[in-house]
Ligand binder design. Structure first.
Ligand code: BV8
Ligand code: ZN
Length: 242
């Protein structure tokens, strides 16, 4: 198997998707054919879906909270935490996952591009998003204690823009000139933007590009290296850090 060597003059940007949490027992999007109870995920994970049927959306997220709560990081998550410990500020992890397992594994230089499953905010007032691990009973739409508005998961839905600060952090790490860039994508089908566009940006900046995935992704051809396999098995041995 190819190995990815990171020397003293190199920085590493990692992008992860649902595939890295599959071995922790969290279903992927592709695995379910993009469907949840026959609803296209884009439908329940969208502002339109919430406007039309907020209790359906809360049932979707409550089920995912209940499903994800007992799950633990796998060797793939732990390998990325180890890389951060060794590389310090020459490491950044951007995830599309909302399960929070990277933080549990110990990563702190972490950008949760699409939000967090166990955080809630108000859809009306500007109160701070807050930790909320509750799985609400079917049909319940929790209301805000401050303004009475509907509460919603603090998650980036389809059709909603990502937090500018998160995109800026990734953009600044990509554009640094003090070291050589390596971009590694893991467990992602490369179907959802803007995350799926990071590899193109890395290439344009002369970065070396790697993909670790169980199957070919929609953008496999944009990567110089494709290691086919399960991230929990591949990642621990993939990277050597000088
Ligand atoms: C936005 C939170 C401004 C919700 C998510 C450009 C072109 C085309 C479309 C667009 C575009 N720009 C914007 C869009 C629209 C849209 C988009 O990309 N649509 C797609 C479907 C075409 N993007 C947006 O709406 C974004 N907002 O751009 O705002 C705007 C708005 C409108 C129009 C223009 C601009 C917001 C996107 C974020 C949406 N929220 N998640 C929730 O989780 O509930 S996205 C969600 O789906 C995930 O976070 C993730 O991003 C994506 C799923 O992809 P993956 O994580 O890759 O998972 P998947 O199951 O697909 O693949 C898993 C892979 O792992 C597989 O390949 C499998 O082989 C592999 N695997 C499995 N097991 C393992 C493994 N690999 C290794 N080891 C294993 N064990
Ligand atoms: Zn409120």
């Amino acid at each position: 198997m190819d190995t990815l060597r990171i020397d003293k003059d190199t920085r590493l940007l990692v992008l992860t998707g649902a595939g890295v949490s599959a071995e922790s027992g969290i279903p992927t999007f592709r695995g379910g054919n993009g469907l949840w109870e026959n609803h296209p995920v884009e439908q329940v994970a969208s502002p339109e879906g919430f406007r039309e049927d907020p209790s359906l959306v809360w049932r979707f997220y409550s089920q995912r909270r209940a499903g994800a709560a007992p799950c633990q990081p796998n060797p793939g998550h732990r390998a990325m935490a180890e890389w951060e410990r060794k590389l310090g500020d020459r490491f950044l992890l951007a995830t599309q996952n909302v399960d929070g397992l990277h933080r549990v594994a110990g990563n702190q230089q972490l950008v949760e591009l699409h939000g967090n499953l166990f955080t809630t905010r108000c859809s009306r007032c500007t109160r701070e998003p807050f930790e909320d691990r509750l799985a609400y009973p079917d049909g319940t739409v929790p209301l805000c204690g401050q303004c009475g508005g509907k509460l919603r998961p603090h998650i980036v839905w389809f059709g909603e823009v990502l937090d500018e600060r998160n995109l800026l952090r990734v953009g600044e790490f990509l554009a640094r000139e003090d070291t050589r860039l390596v971009f590694l994508a893991v467990g992602t089908s490369g179907a959802v933007y803007p995350a799926a566009g990071f590899v193109q940006a890395a290439r344009e900046l002369g970065g070396e590009t790697w993909l670790v995935n169980a199957d070919p992704a929609d953008n496999t051809l944009l990567f110089q290296h494709f290691v086919r396999g399960r991230s929990g098995e591949v990642l621990p041995a993939l990277v050597t850090i000088d």
